[in-house]
Ligand binder design. Structure first.
Ligand code: HDE
Length: 714
């Protein structure tokens, strides 16, 4: 369906300058600010408001005597502290979040009556939480895992939560299998190992016995599971939803988030090293990007399928283990989301935000996807134990900006002081308020899509959910050779950690062999198993031979190297003019530059000028950067060549296929390190070479270097 375009900002347009001042542009947003507290200028008091004179000493009988029970100040402080923790999320416990806004590109009234998608002038505040799935709250950011991508839209018509992932399918088809799946992937129950990963027996036992997981496991073994940055991930609503317009016409849709920053990943070696050298790598990356004004942005789009076309595909739209290939149904852009504000308080906002796929607004509705249906129950239910009762919607981060009067009363943590005597409906005592709003084309009460159901009450899976391998095959075959190799290595690594040979063999023979025999043979070889000769089931195959949209290589982004991190290596004797030129050239592209020295002390440039550095090469290793520059200055180049730290930095960046630019006289260092010039290893600080460097960073990796990089020790 064509969307009417307006002059609202488009993907990739200067988000920073378009950022609205939230409090001023929309008075309603002020309700989101109301509970923020700032102690500056205030006296220290108890929770009851009593000023505290001494926050250092418990009340005691003499300075060496026992503490006194009557010390209400100490007791209140310790009691509160004793109860500071709440249960972490059962899944998606590790996460981080940010505030921002959504703006529609135009009026999408033909598609939906949801107000926030109809007015391009309207700024809808959002809060986003990104997460990993398996690990506990303190686990590493860069583990191989699915990433949660949950967005709360505070619309005028109520909260809409799009609780998605960075992969478009899921491991199971029916909600009743979710506890089984989660128990299998979580750390094993006897020793709580491993933290944050799926490389263990119970996960592979389950998925090798449950072929419906084959497609999603393929995504989880791909580079999508180790994103370079939360800013560089696609997001997907996964299930098929419905959008409904004012005439009541419904369309099936799949939601997509396309990052302006492109879709990029870490290399597995980087991901593993980062887990030790910066456990908070992705959390920090998002935080710093927002602090420095590199506001990440995504385009929201939908694949639209008219109701009449429900059965026109070779898979079932209700099956959450299937994608609609974008080559069959392209993504129609609807609007743009920009994240422009970090939370003030992690616990209050990120930890207490409560998403639920059941939070929808008029104009959006569910389908009968059996996984989605189960989720509608689970999310509210889990908040009861996590957030302590049914009033979690009153916690500031969860509160809608739309009014929410009703007759629900009391319960734990009730913050609202309800006025009036009638907490029932109908009533005459309070004038009948609050009253229902009949459904209407626009601004009416929520009305469910009237779907005719005529069926037996049964526990049965539809035959149309029975093909588990065709799309897993499509995914593998749509990858570039490099991405395919990464997938083979990921399966080999993970299965290599599985203790039971029977599980390894089952995954190879009964899952991988049905997806792709070359994949199965390569993984089998790495595991020391015989290559399977044929699959165990007849796979129908997809209509499409390939879906290029599945390869990350086809998602370079639209903002160039904005926000990419570049290290400039300095040492005593560096040419200050060369540093200046490089920094200016990169700043023109809005890259984030860090000057690194052998230590954190300033370096002495040729001529004696002291150049302050941002960090040491020890503190900020190469794995934290997207590219490296080495400026001119013979003495500095000699010093770098003599430093184990600097050599390791450069060799590691080379091994990780990063863009590395040397000033012309750096050739000695390149030769000494045994490196060869290529599309991303460049010599010279003239404009042409710098342009090539920028292009190489934009390409994210110098894939052509892979074979040469193999020879460099990790
Ligand atoms: Fe979730 N999921 N899930 N899930 N999920 C939770 O809700 C659940 C599923 C997703 O940042 C929990 O508040 C069931 C698919 C995200 O706070 C819990 C089923 C997708 C987040 C829950 C699924 C997701 C959760 C745990 C199968 C992608 C983090 C804490 C029927 C479309 C939200 C919580 C945040 C969190 C249940 C499957 C995404 C237990 C029963 C499919 C992004 O309620």
């Amino acid at each position: 369906m064509p969307s009417k375009k307006t002059d609202a900002p488009k993907q990739g347009e200067a988000a920073g300058t378009q950022t609205p001042d939230r409090a001023n542009t929309n008075a309603k947003l002020q309700s989101l600010e109301a509970d923020r507290s700032d102690a500056t200028g205030h006296a220290l008091r108890t929770n009851q408001g009593v000023r505290i004179a001494d926050n250092q000493n418990t009340l005691k009988a003499g300075d060496r005597g026992p503490s006194l029970l009557e010390d209400f100040i100490m007791r209140e402080k310790i009691t509160h502290f004793d109860h500071e923790r709440i249960p972490e999320r059962i899944v998606h416990a590790r996460g981080t979040g940010a505030h921002g806004f959504f703006q529609s590109y135009g009026n999408h009234a033909e598609l939906t009556k949801a107000g926030f998608l109809q007015d391009p002038e309207k700024i809808t505040p959002v809060f986003v939480r990104f997460s990993t799935v398996q690990g506990p709250r303190g686990s590493g950011d860069t583990v191989r895992d699915v990433r949660g991508f949950a967005v709360k839209f505070y619309t005028d018509e109520g909260n809409f939560d799009l609780v998605g992932n960075n992969m478009p399918v899921f491991f199971i088809q029916d909600a009743i299998k979710f506890p089984d799946f989660v128990h299998a992937v979580k750390p094993e129950p006897h020793n709580e190992i491993p933290t944050g990963g799926s490389a263990h027996d119970t996960f592979w036992d389950f998925v090798s016995l449950v072929p419906e997981s084959a497609h999603m496991v393929m995504w989880a073994m791909s580079d999508r599971a180790i994103p370079r940055s939360l800013r560089m991930m696609e997001g997907f609503g996964v299930h098929t939803f419905r959008l409904i317009n004012a005439e009541g016409v419904a369309s099936f849709v799949k939601f997509h988030w396309k990052p302006s920053q492109g879709v990029h990943s870490l290399l597995w070696d980087e991901a593993q090293k980062l887990a030790g050298k910066d456990t908070d790598f992705q959390r920090r990356d998002l935080w710093e990007a927002i602090e420095t004004g590199d506001y990440p942005e995504w385009e929201l789009g939908v694949q639209i399928v008219p109701e009449a076309d429900e059965h026109k595909f070779d898979f079932d739209l209700l099956d959450p283990t299937k994608i609609i290939p974008e080559e069959l149904v392209p993504v129609t852009p609807l609007g743009k989301m920009v994240l422009n504000r970090n939370p003030d308080n992690f616990f209050a906002e990120v930890e207490q935000v409560a998403f639920c796929p059941g939070h929808i607004v008029p104009g959006i509705d569910f389908t009968n996807d059996p996984l989605l249906q189960g989720r509608l129950f689970s999310y509210t239910d889990t908040q009861l134990s996590r957030l302590g009762g049914p009033n979690f919607h009153q916690i500031p981060i969860n509160r809608p900006v739309a009014p929410n009067h009703n007759n629900q009363r009391d319960a734990l943590h009730q913050h609202t002081v309800h006025r009036g005597r009638a907490s029932y409906e109908p009533n005459s005592i309070d004038g009948g308020w609050p009253k229902e709003t009949p459904p209407a084309a626009q601004d009416g009460g929520f009305e469910s899509f009237q779907e005719r159901i005529d069926a037996h009450k049964i526990r049965q899976r539809s035959d149309s959910f029975g093909d588990h391998f065709s799309q897993a095959r499509l995914f593998f075959q749509s990858m570039s050779p490099t991405e395919q190799q990464h997938i083979i290595k990921a399966y080999s690594f993970e299965l290599g950690k599985v203790e039971r040979e029977a599980i390894r063999a089952r995954e190879v023979n009964e899952i991988l062999a049905n997806i792709d025999l070359k994949l199965a043979a390569a993984v089998a070889a790495n595991l020391g198993l015989p290559a399977p000769k044929a699959g165990t089931v007849q796979v129908k195959g997809s209509k499409l031979a390939e879906s290029p949209a599945l390869s990350q290589m086809n998602h370079p982004g639209v903002v160039g190297i904005k926000g990419r991190k570049i290290a400039v290596l300095l040492a005593d004797g560096v040419d200050a003019g060369s540093v200046d030129r490089l920094v200016k050239a990169l700043e023109a592209h809005s890259a984030r530059i860090m000057l690194l020295g052998p230590t954190s002390a300033p370096v002495k440039a040729a001529g004696g000028k002291a150049l302050p550095v941002d960090a040491s090469m020890e503190g900020m290793p190469s794995i934290m950067f997207d590219g490296v520059l080495v400026p001119a200055g013979k003495a500095a180049l000699d010093a770098l060549g003599a430093s184990g730290l600097a050599k390791h930095f450069l060799l590691e960046a080379y091994k990780h296929l990063k863009a590395i630019g040397f000033a012309k006289e750096g050739k000695v260092l390149v030769d000494a390190l045994g490196l060869k010039e290529d599309k991303g290893l460049l010599l010279g600080d003239d404009q042409k070479t710098l342009d090539a460097f920028v292009k190489a960073v934009e390409g994210h990796r110098v894939w052509e270097r892979e074979a040469a990089a193999e020879a460099v020790p990790a």
